[in-house]
Write a protein that binds this ligand. Structure first.
Ligand code: NDP
Length: 483
């Protein structure tokens, strides 16, 4: 497959290059080989993208929602038609197994375009009667939105931010992570092929400095970031200086509680999904797995048995279901946490090593007897490392589950109906799961509380974050002034 894009950036409906920008090498995580190169955006490219987005959005916002939605839905269909090709590219960009990317990445991007495309025509204001006078509200676009993505879901993030922004009549300048620059360019190309006016969805490459240049620009009205908490702090502060709207989708260290009455097979399945899917590089992962002490050994036994059946290998092979880390850097970070887990006295029950092969492969890793204050129980690792902690009492485990700066997600496995809902209500987290883990349908709000973020992606809730209301007061009689 041709992995080298036609050019680094996509601005005003076409590929644009400026080789004066710092080169960014794209490394295939499964082999360590260079598969493409792009250039970071120069100030001239940033200017070009923002100018294009600024100039284009008023006409786009003036179109009817039905017209805008039709284009987004057409793009969704085109993405689905090209799912195989886009999934192969996603696998090259991230190293995630094709078995995952064919099921999740482009398709969830298409879901977002279809959902918000369908919703575009339904976006209305309201009428508020005040005696003879009345107020009507108009739901208006914000203007130019900046999207900044993490590297774990490059197609999905480009669509999750783009679809609601465009449905509401905004334009977007999207900056992918420097680690995975390829997929968002394809999203931009497909949107244009689907009929999107030029300048409405632009992609420029770069490191954090390019993101920072976008966030601080006066032409930008809204910033939506998916990234770590430290980056979120910086971007939120920079956006605040310009009183810009923000959505912050940040990191997590989410708890998953497995009660003694849980179906162990399902709980183990949930823990696998919530720790090892995408080699653990998922923000909402349930990486602190609290298991009731009565079932702990049975849980660990089944977990180890099932992990032994993981097919680790070439991510482009459809049979592979566990791939490499996205980069050598991320692999080294995770290896550092595995060392800390051992040094601080956690019991390594599975994996723990780098695999002896090319690429950035780690074994799926499980620690048991983890204590709340250990580093691996407190910090986001963003890799295939599960921490299993013991508990006996519901009130106690709830306190421990919530004792974290993060609040992205949380899960509970139990067959006790009332306990399940009581626990879900008690979680300090934006996205909770009962007898499941990591489902993210476009129909449901997704986002974090506490340090895990601000705002929500997906669902009707996203509309509030990509539009604003204008109230228009209409007086039907004379104006009564005091003098
Ligand atoms: P980073 O926070 O390192 O980077 C995120 C993005 O922000 C990248 O595009 C990065 O550019 C850019 N960036 C960095 N510094 C700045 C700055 N000062 N101003 C503007 N932009 C900047 O995250 P990772 O890419 O390492 O992704 C992993 C993190 O993302 C994890 O913490 C994970 O939990 C979180 N995440 C959250 C999700 C959610 O929905 N809540 C989903 C997925 C991931 P560059 O890469 O070029 O440096």
């Amino acid at each position: 497959m041709q992995t080298q894009p036609k050019a680094s950036h996509f601005i005003n409906g076409e590929y644009v290059e400026d080789t004066a920008g710092t080169p960014i090498e794209v490394i295939y995580a499964a082999t360590g080989e260079k598969i493409a190169q792009v250039h970071s955006a120069t100030p001239a490219i940033v200017e070009q993208a923002l100018d294009a987005a600024r100039a284009a959005w008023p006409a786009w916002a003036a179109m009817s929602g039905t017209e805008r939605g039709r284009i987004l839905r057409r793009a969704a269909d085109m993405i689905r038609d090209r799912n195989h090709e886009l999934s192969v590219l996603e696998t090259y960009d991230t190293g995630k197994p094709y078995q995952e990317t064919i099921a999740v990445d482009a398709t969830s991007g298409a879901d977002a375009l279809e959902y918000f495309g369908g919703m575009a025509a339904t976006l209305t204001g309201e009428h508020i009667q005040l005696g003879d006078d009345w107020v009507y509200t108009r739901r208006e676009a914000l203007g130019v939105c900046v999207g900044i993505g993490a590297w774990n879901y490059p197609t999905q993030i480009a669509c999750w931010k783009g679809a609601p922004a465009l449905a509401c009549g905004n334009s977007m300048v999207f900056k992918p992570s420097e680690t995975t620059p390829l997929c968002a360019l394809k999203v931009a190309e497909i949107l244009i092929d689907a009929g999107l006016p030029k300048g409405i969805y632009n992609v420029i490459q770069g490191l954090g400095d390019v993101g920072a240049a976008l966030v601080t620009d006066d032409r930008v009205d809204k910033v939506s970031l998916t990234g770590s908490v430290p980056t979120g702090r910086k971007v939120y502060a920079a956006a605040a200086a310009g009183i810009k709207h923000v959505t912050m989708e940040l990191g997590g260290k989410s708890p998953m509680i497995v009660f003694e009455d849980a179906d162990i097979e399902n709980a183990v399945g949930g823990a696998i999904l919530g720790n090892f899917y995408s080699s653990g590089q998922v923000c909402s992962n349930g990486t602190r797995v609290f298991v009731h002490k009565d079932i702990k050994e049975a849980f660990l036994k089944r977990l180890s048995e099932r992990l032994a059946t993981a097919v680790i290998g070439d991510p482009q092979d459809p049979d592979t279901n566990f791939g490499p880390m996205v980069s050598e850097r991320q692999m080294d970070i995770v290896l550092g946490y595995i060392e800390k887990g051992q040094a601080e006295g956690a019991r390594l029950v599975y994996g723990g090593k780098r695999l002896d092969r090319d690429g950035f492969y780690l074994e799926p890793t499980v620690f048991a007897d983890v204590k709340d204050d250990m580093t691996i129980a407190r910090e986001e690792i963003f890799g295939p490392v599960m921490a299993v902690l013991d508990f006996e009492d519901e009130a106690d485990v709830m306190k421990r589950a919530n004792d974290t700066e993060f609040g992205l997600a949380a899960g509970v496995f139990t067959n006790d109906l009332t306990r399940a809902h009581r626990v879900a209500a008690g979680f300090e987290a934006g996205t909770c799961f009962i007898n499941s883990y990591n489902d993210a349908p476009v129909e449901a709000p997704f986002g974090g509380s506490k340090n895990s973020g601000v705002g929500r992606e997906n669902s009707k809730a996203a509309i509030e974050h990509y539009s604003q209301l204008k109230s228009v007061y209409v007086r039907m009689g004379d104006v009564e002034a005091p003098f």
